[in-house]
Design a protein around this ligand. Structure first.
Ligand code: 8YV
Length: 327
């Protein structure tokens, strides 16, 4: 009988997914769920037929150069693939898949929570109660800013950007967006979204900016110091995409100088380390990369990984292939 392919999974996945994975394949799990070191990653790519990495695994040129010829598939558990050198993978004939769609709605929900949380001072209010210093209601206490009637600027109008637009419409926000390509007129109309070909112009005219593009060489520091300066003083910045899309030091400087009203960040340039200056700011909400972190979502992501591996192993094209020139 044909040997089952060796699948190395770098992190713990939901029980039901691991069980299924072990039934189908010869599986190696990372029982204590630590983030793989570079050495462990190199050992994994040297041996595995299929690798299931996550965002915490840097599969750069150097690591992929150590891949054995048996490694045919990298079935990423997650949507973003900026931790994988797609060009090198392609050169080596390694197929890369991801898990789109199933985390769109969860990430959009978290984005809305973040869009609301800074202007309405949600975390700050809770911190006040927990500190034991709340002295009671007053008409001028803890006043924030309304978000209805404000302009939301969405950078990256893919699946998640559009899901955010739908929600934000319900909250009475006006939708503006910048994207490599303009949406189909029907979708644009349905979302009542205004397209800005120029990101600079959109930045200068919106109240809340939210980032939903992938991190690629083209979007690294897309929100550069120069572009952040275009934002108005009362503007808020929200990021559930990737920290690298924003020049984090420039953002911190602007927040320190009061040149921005606030920020809500779920992702950071150097995760898991967070600029300590951010910790001191009350007008900043900080979350530990949990945009897609729902139990249901993780199971759905795991199922996507299973389908991608199974299809590939059966000799067909897996549904969620990622090609370097499409990211
Ligand atoms: C995941 C994410 O938690 O899918 C992504 O791109 O950032 C998160 O939803 C993580 O990537 C899992 O690898």
């Amino acid at each position: 009988a044909k040997q089952k392919p060796l699948v190395v999974v770098t992190r713990r996945l939901p029980d039901a997914i691991e069980t299924r994975m072990m039934e189908l394949f010869d599986c190696r799990l990372n029982m204590d769920d630590h983030a793989f070191t570079r050495e462990e990653l190199i050992a994994a790519v040297a041996e595995a037929d299929v690798l299931v990495p996550t965002v915490t695994d840097r599969l750069d040129k150097g690591v992929l150069a150590q891949a054995g010829p048996q490694l045919r598939l990298i079935a990423n558990f997650g949507n973003g693939v900026d931790h994988i050198d797609l060009n090198t993978a392609q050169q080596r004939g390694i197929t890369v898949t991801n898990t789109p769609d199933v985390l769109t709605e969860d990430t959009a929900d978290m984005t809305m929570a973040m869009i609301l949380s800074v202007p309405r001072r949600v975390s700050e209010g809770e911190r006040l109660i927990r500190s034991g210093k709340w002295e009671g209601w007053s008409p001028t206490h803890m006043l924030g800013h309304r978000i209805w009637g404000k302009r939301l600027g969405i950078i990256g109008m893919g699946r998640i950007g559009q899901a955010v637009a739908r929600r934000a419409r319900g909250f009475g926000m006006a939708i503006h967006y910048h994207n490599r390509q303009r949406l189909h007129p029907e979708i644009e109309q349905e979302l009542e979204a205004t397209y800005w070909e120029s990101l600079d112009q959109m930045l200068a005219r919106t109240d809340v900016i939210t980032v939903h593009c992938p991190h690629t060489p083209a979007t690294y520091h897309l929100l550069s110091a120069r572009r952040l300066k275009l934002l108005r003083e009362h503007a808020y910045v929200v990021n559930t995409a990737r920290g690298e899309v924003i020049d984090e030091s420039a953002l911190v400087r602007m927040l320190q100088q009061g040149e921005l009203a606030g920020a809500a960040l779920d992702v950071f340039e150097h995760e898991p380390s967070v600029n300590p200056k951010l910790l001191e700011m009350d007008n900043v909400v900080l979350l530990p990369h949990m945009g897609s972190a729902t139990i249901e979502g993780r199971v759905d992501m795991g199922e996507k990984v299973l389908v991608n591996i199974k299809t590939f192993v059966d000799g067909h094209k897996p549904p969620d292939r990622v090609l370097p020139n499409l990211v």
